[in-house]
Ligand binder design. Structure first.
Ligand code: UDP
Length: 337
């Protein structure tokens, strides 16, 4: 299939783009490189552009005769979204609406959307099923929910085939391709802990230890990036029928921040000192997936998502790429940007 991967130079998008290409699909990446990395996209397949550039997007869909879109491109940091909501509404909501319009004009009606556990807000029941009420508590989650609504309406009114994949915490580095997690600034738990193990940070900050969880730190469901990429292949196959379908992608198991840090210590053999800071605004205490619908309908199951394998794969990648996709250290020593 000829597939456009928006955000295919980013963390999950790049692994998925490589996987699709390796399975014989014709893949084009559309990415503005604001957060993505040139070297992460499959070679020769990057079309640099912004979703909000409607005429360029329409031209790409037409010229490459695209049949389906995997839509990863978005800003995806909870903390940043609470401080800069305007970036999130513009990139995530406006950008997605431009994409949908361009798709409709070009008669491309198949789309897999990168949604998120953040659409659920504070879990009323755990593990969280797909039909759990969607009551996001931060702007990031609200922008993703807004796009889900738009997609469901396009599915109803314009015969779009939509699969929304609600990722829990994407983590680990690919074992299939030399691709890993490199956000600037890095805010995610596992890469931050591994930067301490590499001597690039002095300590890890734990955000809050009085959450209503067994050890007081937040519980998340970490799912390996290769498992997420495989789910997209399965979702593509589902796009034969019009309609809107949503699936949770997680391991079904929760791990607290302290458990993750312990695993990082074990895997790296390093001490990883921690400091406690106040809870991060917009952070729900407990998020664990009920991923049974994805298992049933997508015939998908997480293969690499034990915490041990997630951390081990990330550690291997970070040791080989201590500056991520850069070849040299960042300009300000002691600070990974
Ligand atoms: N976290 C932390 N210290 C860090 C980064 C994250 O304590 O340096 C916590 C964060 O509060 C959350 C969990 O680790 O409870 C996972 O955060 P991450 O940013 O990796 O993903 P998110 O859940 O925000 O998508």
């Amino acid at each position: 299939m000829r597939v456009l991967v928006t955000g295919g130079a980013g963390y999950i998008g790049s692994v998925t783009a490589h996987l699709l290409a390796s399975r014989g699909h014709e893949v084009w990446v559309y990415d503005n490189l604001s957060r993505g990395h040139l070297d992460a996209a499959p070679a020769g397949r990057l079309l640099q552009g912004d979703l909000r550039d409607a005429s360029r997007l329409a031209a790409v869909l037409r010229e490459k005769r695209i049949e389906a879109v995997l839509h990863f491109a978005a800003l995806a940091l909870v903390g940043e979204s609470t401080q800069r909501p305007q970036w999130y509404y513009s990139n995530n909501v406006l950008g997605s609406l431009c994409l949908l319009q361009a798709m409709q004009q070009s008669d491309v009606r198949r789309i897999v959307f990168s949604s998120t556990t953040a659409v659920y807000g504070v879990a009323r029941q755990v593990p969280i099923p797909v039909e759990h009420p969607r009551e996001p508590i931060n702007p990031y989650g609200r922008t993703k929910l807004a796009v889900e609504h738009a997609l469901a309406d396009y599915a109803r009114a314009c015969e779009f085939s939509v699969v929304a994949l609600r990722y829990f915490n994407a983590a680990g580095a690919s074992r299939l391709f030399p691709l890993g997690e490199d956000h600037r600034p890095e805010t995610h738990l596992i890469p931050n802990a591994l930067q301490v193990a590499l001597g690039q940070r002095e300590h890890l900050t734990i955000f809050g230890q009085e959450h209503p969880t067994p050890d007081g730190t937040c519980v998340r469901d970490y799912v390996h990036v290769d498992d997420l990429a495989r789910a997209h292949l399965a979702a593509l196959e589902q796009l034969q029928r019009p309609g809107f379908r949503a699936y949770n992608l997680g391991s079904g198991r929760g791990a607290s921040v302290r458990e993750v840090v312990e695993t990082c210590r074990r895997v790296t053999g390093q001490a990883i000192p921690v400091r406690i800071a106040p809870a991060r605004p917009g952070d729900p205490p407990l998020l664990v997936a009920d991923e049974s619908l994805a298992r049933r309908e997508l015939d998908w199951s997480p293969q690499n998502s034990s915490l041990e394998e997630i951390v081990a794969s990330a550690w291997d990648w970070h040791r080989e790429h201590p500056y991520g996709y850069r070849v040299a250290p960042p300009k300000r020593p002691g600070r990974v940007e």
